[in-house]
Each structure stands twice: as structure tokens, then as C-alpha cells.
Design a protein around this ligand. Structure first.
Ligand code: 2AM
Ligand code: CA
Length: 273
């Protein structure tokens, strides 16, 4: 699968990295100030910074790859991400954290060809952490290779998850954890940024990450990071993750299998309207 080069001669990975850092730095600069917060629906927040950061990223990508499709949470969310070359952008993942001054958020930039993710970057400006992967080239955090957890039993694990916007989906997650997993597990972390949550599982900092419902821009970097870090990332029923997967489970192969077995038949497998 050929990974394109930009007009200026920069590689796709260089452009993705530059775009994510540019937007992440803007978000960090504006972290303390007035951000213009609005609710799109209950639980789903947007700020002026999200919109401005997305425009910055789009402008940079357009210069380098004028023929490619742009998909973004704030200004191009209805554009298909799985047709041709498509750049998929979340200017601020974890906007709810960002809006209240919790410094746990990141910028996601990825490129897919016909739905197959080729390059994915997730940049956390507060810690200056850069997660990146290119298909077939491994996954990295700040230039060092990362690998999923080597744990083999859920009883020893830190499980990351976040609640979806939907109350029904959130109820399914909480019931599934309480009825099928807890107390034979280590502990949980819900940090409010699914992009960082998946990246931490790719890096083996946590042992697993799940979410009932996500969007292409939440998952684009994570799908590639987990696969390139030796892990498995699927939808709630165990099918290989795509940009339009209904929910996500990311871990190493053996924990992933145990989790699927434990949660077999749980309402969590159902879609939430
Ligand atoms: P956001 O911050 O970009 O809005 C918190 O629940 C995490 O999951 C955040 O990364 C949030 O993205 C994302 N998220 C929650 N519910 C979602 C839904 N129904 N669809 C897409 N993303 C969701
Ligand atoms: Ca977002």
C-alpha cells in the first residue's frame, strides 16, 4: 500500500506530526483563557479552540495533499472517512476535560486509504507526548518503540474505559463491568480522552481499553497504534476494528480473548440508540 508524499516533499508521517503538534500547541496556549464553551448535546462539548485548531490542521494538510478528503469532528463530520485517501482529525479529544481545565486531552491526525489506516498520530501537548505509527513500521512514543501489555490475566489488569454520550451505552458499560468483570480484575481508569486511553493501552501503560461507541477521529490513530504495537483492536463483538466500528476493545491477544469470553451475552454487545 503506497503512502503518499506531500507537495513540499514531506512524508505523510511528517505532515501528520506537524499538524498534530501545531493544533496541540494552540490548545495548550489557550488552556488557561476564555475558550468559548458550548454544548452540542448533553455531555458533548465544543470550544472555539476545537474549531480553530481543526482549521489550522486542515489548512496544512490541504497545502500538502490538495486532492485528499478531509474529515474532522468539528467542520467535516459527515464526510466518509473510508473512501480514497482521507485525513481524519480530532483537534481536541477529551474536550470536556479541556473545557473545565483538566489537562488530559490530545490532538489526533490520521490518514486512511479506503478505510485502512496508513498513518496515525496522537499528540498530548500537556506532557509533550507524541504517539505515532505507520502501517508496517511499528508504533512509537516519543521515538521509542511501544508494545501492548504482556499481562495474561484480567485479575492483574488496569482496564481503561470511558463513558459514551448515550446514557443507554453508559449503562451497558457499567453493568457489564459490574456483572461480568469486577471484582476479578485489577482496577479501572476513566480519563476522559478515548484517544489517549487507547494510546496508553497500545503503550502497555494500561492493559486494556474499551468504549461502547466512538467516532472515526477518536479511533483513527489508536487502531493503528494498537495493531503496530502487537495488540488486537476489535469492535464489541470481536470483529477487526474499522473507522466505523461500533465500539472498541483494545488489548493484547490473550486478554482480549478473555474479555470477549467474560462479556459474552452481556447487553454491552447491543447498540445503544
Ligand atoms: P471528545 O472528547 O472528542 O468529544 C469521553 O467519553 C471520550 O469518548 C472522549 O474521547 C469523547 O470524545 C469520546 N466519546 C464519548 N462518547 C462518544 C460518542 N457517542 N461518539 C463519539 N465519541 C464519543
Ligand atoms: Ca473532539
Amino acid at each position: 500500500m503506497s503512502i503518499p508524499i506531500g507537495n513540499s516533499g514531506k512524508t505523510t508521517l511528517e505532515v501528520a506530526r506537524e499538524a498534530a503538534k501545531l493544533a496541540g500547541k494552540l490548545a495548550k496556549e489557550r488552556f488557561e483563557g476564555e475558550k468559548g464553551i458550548r454544548f452540542k448535546r448533553p455531555g458533548d462539548v465544543v470550544t472555539d479552540v476545537d474549531t480553530e485548531a481543526e482549521a489550522l490542521i486542515f489548512a496544512l494538510i490541504q497545502q500538502e495533499f490538495p486532492d485528499h478528503t478531509l474529515v474532522g469532528e468539528e467542520s467535516a463530520s459527515d464526510v466518509r472517512a473510508d473512501e480514497g485517501y482521507a485525513w481524519i482529525v480530532d483537534p481536541v479529544d477529551g474536550t470536556r476535560n479541556y473545557s473545565v481545565g483538566l489537562p488530559i486531552y490530545s490532538t489526533v491526525v490520521g490518514l486512511a486509504l479506503d478505510g485502512e489506516v496508513l498513518v496515525g498520530v496522537n499528540y498530548d501537548p500537556e506532557r509533550d507526548d507524541l504517539f505515532e505509527a505507520q502501517r508496517g513500521g511499528g508504533a512509537y512514543l516519543n521515538g521509542k518503540p511501544i508494545h501492548v501489555s504482556k499481562k495474561t490475566e484480567i485479575k492483574d489488569c488496569i482496564i481503561g474505559f470511558d463513558l459514551p454520550y448515550s446514557d443507554v451505552g453508559a449503562r451497558y458499560e457499567l453493568d457489564m463491568l459490574a456483572q461480568a468483570v469486577w471484582p476479578n480484575m485489577g482496577t479501572v481508569r476513566s480519563i476522559g480522552s478515548s484517544a489517549l486511553g487507547i494510546s496508553y493501552a497500545a503503550a502497555g501503560k494500561t492493559d486494556m481499553y474499551f468504549q461502547h461507541r466512538l467516532s472515526p477521529w477518536d479511533m483513527v490513530a489508536g487502531i493503528l497504534l494498537v495493531e503496530e504495537a502487537g495488540g488486537v483492536i476489535t469492535d464489541r463483538n470481536g470483529n477487526r476494528a474499522t473507522l466505523y466500528s461500533d465500539g472498541i476493545i483494545a488489548s493484547n491477544p490473550s486478554l482480549h480473548e478473555e474479555f470477549l469470553r467474560l462479556t459474552e451475552g452481556a447487553d454491552w454487545r447491543l447498540p445503544a440508540m
